[in-house]
Design a protein around this ligand. Structure first.
Ligand code: FEO
Length: 169
């Protein structure tokens, strides 16, 4: 595998684990506010991010590449109100999309079709994640002010369950 592509993928493992950590911190915030449904939604999001990291980890191993695990940054966001974490989440997903796009570009430059095909799943996943994050903001803008409707949104988010990513290596 091309050195640059391999390094970017390796770095993405760390970024995905950081995403998990950030979302766990958001879950932690909502738990402290008594919004267990929001906390559940983000705990599951954190699990998804761990699975993304592991997919890349396995992909590198399957292709004979060495993986180096670096320290994961501390989540250092502060949330001033209930909508703030949702905005942080969307901003973060847009950033992750830009990272995936950078790896995609690097793979394309060296005609690494296998990595391109692997990353296709992530490109689609990022589209879904950005949409989910934006939808949550819309819901909170519409229903967050009123305690009764906020309770209903919280109950809806409590229903989310984890399922393994559809990508097989
Ligand atoms: Fe792994 Fe939320 O992107």
């Amino acid at each position: 595998m091309d050195k640059k592509v391999s390094e970017l993928l390796n770095d993405q493992i760390n970024k995905e684990f950081y995403s998990a950590y950030l979302y766990l911190d958001i879950a932690n915030f909502y738990s402290s506010k008594g919004l267990d449904g929001f906390a559940n939604w983000y705990e599951i999001q954190a699990k998804e991010e761990q699975s993304h990291a592991m997919l890349i980890y396995e992909y590198l191993h399957n292709n004979g590449e060495n993986v180096t695990l670096e320290a994961i940054d501390k989540p250092d966001k502060t949330f001033k109100d209930l909508i703030d974490p949702l905005k942080v989440g969307l901003e973060h997903e847009e950033y992750v999309t830009s990272l995936i796009n950078t790896i995609y570009t690097a793979a394309r430059e060296v005609n690494d079709y296998r990595t391109i095909q692997f990353l296709d799943w992530f490109v689609k996943e990022q589209g879904e994640e950005e949409k989910n994050a934006a939808d949550l903001i819309t819901k909170m803008e519409l229903f967050g002010e009123d305690a009764r409707t906020l309770y209903m949104v919280n109950s809806e988010l409590a229903e989310r369950t984890y399922s393994e990513p559809s990508l097989t290596l």
